[in-house]
Structures are given as structure tokens and as C-alpha cells.
Design a protein around this ligand. Structure first.
Ligand SMILES: [Zn+2]
Length: 400
């Protein structure tokens, strides 16, 4: 075919290579390269990093911004990010999931929140029926892969198991503060905040008690193209593969471009176009998939609320100071207002900002409360509440 124009055909093939560029590895840092490519190819994250104007020396934003700028033009080195992450031995094999989390921890909240979700573990005493909430955030949901000779491990089923109601009894009973003793309890887990990007970690590494060491499960995993969480629909757009075993392995990433709509394989400094991951049945099977990234569709109602908050925050003068978070505040008169505060603001600072934004409380003495608890003025706000919590301002009773 086309033997008349071999050079021309060759050139056409080469064009594919220039859509995206690879990352050089100064040693064995494929674990880092694969997650950096995922972050670069995540449009919301890339844009948030471009917008980020943090003066705070801690966040990794500046290093990522320079890396992304270079990566959009040519094959790039990762030295500055490697240094920022404190990696001293570039020949040591590391875990891609660990470094994905590490980067997000070091990124300013405005960018990292794209990957941040929240879970609520509800423990209900089976004796007094009192339930307790325990909220925590997550970057990824870990799924315990179970190997079987007969069928592939189903990601859909794994998620069902993750959110399954559990009853604890006997030695595992939970202490109930109402009953003042250990009781049988029911534990449910729910997602109270759906992240824009949902990352699933397929736990393929497991301690083998016979061999007395960690082993890797090479079993086949079946992942769906779309996932549904109540009103939210997610589409798979990226995955990080791990080949080999614990001591010697290799990471690559397969990512669907939001710019071209095509799939690409990122293998350190080499980038190739990849055939679409999904066939007719909307699932794919893999023995190497390790991290799966799903992107929330625009139609989800929750994300549009988030976007509104973000837009309000971006236009406020506080945002110009660097890291800031919008918090929802109810005035004593029942008016809801979104007020951006610094990420490390104290409760006192929120109160002062609220007085500026809510004329109705000016000159009044108020208490800052959340979930019925009064927050101490000297405390850091986000050590007492989550950014997603609603704050209530209560008028202080005179003489009280
Ligand atoms: Zn109880």
C-alpha cells in the first residue's frame, strides 16, 4: 500500500508523535512520569495550575506550571519536580499511587480539589440506634482486587463491595458513647462529595503469608467505560499501567486527550497513538491497569454548584492573595452567602469577613457555629470544619 510515497506515509505517521511529548526519565522514574502525564492531560487540573498565582513557597504549583509549559512544546525533563518531591535516588522503584497522592498533597487546594472527594462512614449502634458520622476526604478509592482463575475482577462489583453495609459483632464491636459500652453496630459508607475526577486504585499488591513477602496479582480486571453514582456519571479517560512485579516493574499511562478525542500511550519519552480502549460492550479488560481515572460529566447538578462557588471566588479580591476557599455562611437572619477566606484563616477572620459581606450583622456580637458547635475564635477554620460544611452565625445573647 502507498509504496509510491513511502516518505510521505512515514511523515504522516510521525505527525501522531507530535500531538504530545514524553518525559525523560533520569533513572527509573516511570512511576512519576505516568502520573505527571495524567495530571497534564486533565484539562481542569492543567488550567487550575496555569491560573494558580500562589506566593506560598510550599505548593508544587510553580514547578508543575513550568513543567506543563515545557511539555506542551517538547520532550521534557522532570528534575525540578523530582527535587521538590524529595526523591534522592532516581534508580529506586516507587509506587505511582503514592506519588500521585504526594503531588496532590503539595498542590494548592484550588487545583487539587478537582481530585478530592469526601466519604462519610456512618456507624449506627444496633442497641440504641444512635448513629455517628465520620467524614474524611480522599484522593482515590482503594479497591481490593480478588484474583480468580475463572473470571476477571469486576471494578463495578468492587465498588459495590466498597460501599456495602457492614455489621460488626463480637471482637469487632464498636464503642457506643450513648450506651457507654461496646455494641454491635452497622457501618455504612457514602460519598458525600463527588470529586470532579474519581480515581480508583486497584490494589494488586498483597502480603503473601506463605511466601512472607508482598506479591503482585496479575489477574485480569474488567473496568466499565462509565460509572454512575446517584446523579453523577463518570467516564474513564485515563489509566496508569504497572507491568512486572514489585521489585522490578514499569509504569505507563493510557490517556484520552480532551483536545483531540484520541487515546495515547505515554511511555516515558515515547508517546504513541493508541487504539480506543472501549469496544462495543463499553468495558475493557487488562492485566496491567493499576490506577483508573474517571471524569465527571458536566450535567451533574453538584458540579455546577461547585463551579458557581469557584466563579464567585475567582472574582473576589481575596483570591488574588493566593490560596483561598469559599465557605457557605448562614446569617442569623437566614441569608446564605458564599465568603472566600484564606485556606489557613482563623475563625476570627471568617467572622470579620462575614461582618463586611453581611451588613445585617454589622455592630452585632455573633458566634461562629457549625453542626451546633461553637467554634473557638483563635482556631484555624479548616481544622474545625470541612470546606463543604455550612457555617452558621448565631447572635450572641447579651450578658451570655
Ligand atoms: Zn448505643
Amino acid at each position: 500500500m502507498n509504496s509510491k510515497f513511502p516518505i510521505f506515509v512515514k511523515k504522516l505517521d510521525c505527525l501522531n508523535f507530535t500531538d504530545y511529548y514524553g518525559l525523560n526519565s533520569p533513572g527509573l522514574t516511570c512511576y512519576l512520569n505516568s502520573v505527571l502525564q495524567v495530571l497534564f492531560m486533565t484539562v481542569d487540573f492543567r488550567e487550575a495550575i496555569e491560573r494558580s498565582c500562589s506566593d506560598d513557597p510550599t505548593p508544587i504549583d510553580l514547578h508543575l506550571r513550568r513543567l506543563f509549559e515545557d511539555l506542551s512544546k517538547s520532550t521534557t525533563k522532570t528534575h525540578s519536580v523530582i527535587e521538590k518531591l524529595g526523591i534522592t535516588d532516581v534508580y529506586e522503584q516507587r509506587d505511582a499511587a503514592e506519588y500521585f497522592e504526594k503531588i496532590l498533597h503539595l498542590t494548592s487546594p484550588g487545583a487539587s480539589k478537582i481530585f478530592k472527594g469526601e466519604l462519610n462512614h456512618i456507624t449506627r449502634c444496633l442497641h440504641c440506634k444512635k448513629s455517628n458520622d465520620s467524614r474524611s476526604f480522599f484522593w482515590m478509592l482503594p479497591l481490593v482486587v480478588e484474583a480468580s482463575d475463572h473470571h476477571a475482577y469486576s471494578v463495578k462489583q468492587g465498588l459495590k463491595t466498597f460501599f456495602k453495609r457492614e455489621t460488626v459483632s463480637e471482637d469487632n464491636r464498636m464503642y457506643c458513647h450513648q450506651c457507654n459500652q461496646k455494641r454491635e453496630a452497622e457501618i455504612t459508607c457514602e460519598m458525600t462529595r463527588n470529586p470532579k475526577i474519581l480515581t480508583l486504585l486497584l490494589k494488586r499488591f498483597r502480603f503473601d503469608y506463605k511466601q512472607k513477602c508482598f506479591v503482585k496479582l496479575h489477574c485480569e480486571v474488567e473496568a466499565p467505560q462509565t460509572l454512575k453514582f446517584e446523579t453523577c456519571i463518570y467516564d474513564l479517560y485515563a489509566l496508569v499501567n504497572h507491568y512486572g512485579n514489585l521489585t522490578g516493574g514499569h509504569y505507563t499511562a493510557e490517556i484520552k486527550s480532551f483536545e483531540t478525542g484520541e487515546w495515547y500511550n505515554f511511555n516515558d519519552d515515547v508517546v504513541n497513538m493508541h487504539k480506543p480502549l472501549f469496544g462495543k460492550n463499553n468495558t475493557f479488560r487488562s492485566r496491567s491497569a493499576y490506577l483508573l481515572m474517571y471524569k465527571q460529566r458536566r450535567t451533574c447538578s453538584e458540579s455546577s454548584d461547585e463551579d458557581k462557588l469557584e466563579a464567585q471566588c475567582a472574582h473576589s479580591d481575596v483570591a488574588a492573595e493566593g490560596r483561598s476557599c469559599p465557605v457557605k455562611v448562614w446569617s442569623p437572619q437566614g441569608h446564605l452567602k458564599t465568603i472566600p477566606v484564606r485556606a489557613n484563616a482563623t475563625v476570627q477572620e471568617l467572622e470579620e469577613r462575614a461582618a463586611m459581606e453581611l451588613p445585617e450583622i454589622q455592630g452585632q456580637s455573633v458566634q461562629v457555629t457549625s453542626n451546633g458547635q461553637t467554634l473557638e475564635k483563635s482556631k484555624q477554620l479548616f481544622q474545625c470544619v470541612l470546606p463543604s460544611d455550612t457555617i452558621q452565625l448565631v447572635l450572641k445573647v447579651r450578658g451570655g
